[in-house]
Design a binder for this molecule. Structure first.
Ligand SMILES: [Zn+2]
Length: 211
């Protein structure tokens, strides 16, 4: 497809190191009272982020779409390094997008659903987020809750997250359901759900490349 287009993929936080130790803050994991997640009742957000992001990368590879993983296999490397890496390579590609993959936590365990974030104000990122909203709705809308902010005439939420404001290319941060909610966490362990979230992301990339 487009030779000078690159997708910068960021699996948020860190994962499990070679000794099975979780490298990320305790707030990025949750111990449920039941169920079987990444380690018994424990759900590790960083591990899930990697499962999804690796699947997106594999799909992009099959399509011949350049992609660079700016997160580490398991180390929770700084956001500064991730963004710097993406910005450095972007100068050589000239076109591309940055996608940061996460799952959410509310603290109470009560919240559920999917959200997509861009930096505040109207930018090219809003177009990507709107493509993504529609692709997720098409592929998963009947199974998940969709959380929108429509006050500015689109569905994305806006926040000054580092990876959204410091990246030089259009960027979105996706919150895939709430891992501290048992029902949402159970959905995230379903391979078909992961497959559909990954497929939605690839379709969003293609929509944006063709726009
Ligand atoms: Zn996160």
């Amino acid at each position: 497809m487009t030779e000078n287009f690159c997708v910068f993929l960021d699996a948020g936080h860190g994962g499990l190191d070679k000794n099975g130790k979780y490298t990320t803050a305790p707030s990025k994991m949750y111990q449920h009272s039941q169920g079987n997640f990444h380690d018994g009742h424990f759900f590790y957000e960083g591990v899930w982020n990697r499962t999804l992001t690796n699947r997106v990368a594999a799909k992009l590879d099959k399509l011949g779409i350049s992609n660079i993983m700016v997160s580490h296999e398991y180390v929770d490397i700084s956001l500064d390094y991730r963004v710097d890496m993406a910005n450095w390579y972007y100068r050589n590609f000239r076109k591309g997008i940055y996608i940061s993959n996460h799952a959410n936590a509310s603290g109470s365990g009560a919240a559920r659903g999917f959200e997509v974030y861009t930096s505040p104000g109207p930018t090219a990122s809003d177009k990507i987020a709107e493509f993504h909203w529609n692709n997720v709705k098409d592929l998963l809308g009947s199974r998940i809750s969709m959380r929108a902010d429509t006050s500015d005439n689109d569905h994305d939420k806006e926040a000054r997250f580092f990876v959204l404001t410091r990246t030089v290319m259009p960027a979105m941060l996706v919150e895939h359901l709430f891992f501290d909610n048992y029902d949402d966490a159970s959905l995230l362990m379903d391979d078909e759900i992961v497959e559909r979230f990954a497929e939605a992301q690839v379709r969003t990339v293609i929509n944006f490349m063709n726009s």
